[in-house]
Design a protein around this ligand. Structure first.
Ligand code: SF4
Ligand code: ZN
Length: 358
């Protein structure tokens, strides 16, 4: 971590003043010049989260709120912060953990989720891809591997896993009767997602980065079938700061990385952004601001979609159809949503592999 130090000296060897409260500085925010002690650093994370929730009207009094907890540092921090913030808010808090079925990786994070939920006294629902779709991610990827040479439909593991996780969270939230689900996406995640969608030309998904789509007024980002709002209370906090927050608050850390994480482009974007931030402190903040204005300027009144030329024509002719998946009814950027497409793909691979084996 290039702007954290624990001994009063920065990585550059330069001494820094005490925190404004007089206590010893443990964290230096290069992007705004703040020197913070342990307590003031932790309070600043609570304050930033509250500010984001209020700025985008993310919560209503009395909401049944779920926190998606993968068991990593960001989501355990989110559960901890939301637990504190929501005390006396009149809302009920639940935790949801989805086990994708990744051997040697997921077991530890599910244990972490169970530990933190128990410690905080928050009810936890653990469920899995196997429960919802009848296969684990490991099984789906092994079908992909076998099918690849015969049936060349290359899709990265994260592109398969992401929609399945979102759909699993929707279904778990429906079981719990939730109004809103908070995910631990941080500022770095939002920027990375923007670039991934920029490179693939997916304007709809850039549009979905607009936090007002998940707020209590429009709720437009919510899946129509699930009537669920999605919020990202950490979207204005650096990933690095959440790691430090988890560390100083003794929250469980995941020691293993997902074995499939380097298949996509996200890791390269993350590294490039970190290099830029180290050389130009604050560049991530200004990038986020630009992304949010792009996302909100893509808004089409009364719709959550970016119209293609053809869709605009249909709308003008009054033939516009609702943007819901034909299979499951969830909000979708195409005729069939990514989760349904992924399930179909895995089942096609299975059929094909069975034929080849015979
Ligand atoms: Fe799923 Fe990719 Fe995350 Fe692994 S890194 S859990 S494959 S989204
Ligand atoms: Zn669908």
């Amino acid at each position: 971590m290039n702007f954290v130090w624990l001994d009063g000296e920065s990585n550059s060897g330069k001494a820094h003043p005490n925190c404004s409260c007089g206590k010893k500085t443990v964290y230096y925010r290069a992007y705004n010049g703040e020197s913070l002690c342990r307590d003031c650093f932790s309070s600043s994370i609570f304050e930033k989260t509250k500010k984001t929730i209020s700025k985008y009207s993310m919560l209503n009094y009395g909401d049944r709120v779920g926190v998606a907890v993968s068991g990593g540092k960001d989501s355990t921090s989110l559960l901890y912060v939301m637990g504190e913030i929501m005390k006396g808010h009149g809302s009920k808090l639940y935790a949801i953990t989805i086990d994708e079925g990744i051997k040697g990786y997921r077991e530890e994070s599910v244990r972490n989720a169970e530990k933190i939920a128990e410690k905080l006294g928050i009810p936890l629902l653990v469920t899995s891809y196997e429960d919802f779709f009848g296969f684990t991610l490991d099984e789906a990827l092994s079908e992909r591997k076998e099918a690849e040479s015969a049936y060349r439909k290359k899709i990265t593991s994260c592109a398969m896993c992401g929609p399945l996780r979102r759909r699993s969270i929707d279904m778990a939230a429906q079981k719990l009767g939730l109004d809103v689900v908070a995910t631990a996406h941080n500022l770095d995640d939002v920027i990375q997602t923007f670039f991934i969608n920029l490179y693939s030309g997916d304007l709809q998904r850039i549009r979905w980065l607009d936090p007002s789509l998940g707020n209590s007024k429009s709720g437009a980002r919510s899946a129509s079938r699930f009537k669920l709002r999605r919020i990202k209370p950490f979207m204005e906090i650096y990933e690095q700061e959440l790691a430090f927050f988890a560390y100083i608050n003794d929250l469980p850390f995941q020691s293993e990385s997902c074995p499939y994480m380097n298949e996509g482009i996200r890791t390269e974007i993350r590294e490039n952004l970190n290099t830029l931030e180290a050389r130009h402190p604050g560049i991530k903040y200004s990038t986020l601001r630009t992304i949010l204005s792009i996302a909100s300027s893509l808004r089409v009144a009364g719709s959550n979609s970016i119209p293609s030329a053809e869709a605009s024509q249909k709308r003008l002719q009054g033939k516009d159809s609702a943007k819901s998946c034909k299979v499951c009814g969830a909000v979708s950027s195409g005729e069939i949503c990514s989760a349904c497409k992924t399930v179909e793909l895995v089942s096609n691979w299975k059929v094909l592999n069975n034929i080849i084996e015979k």
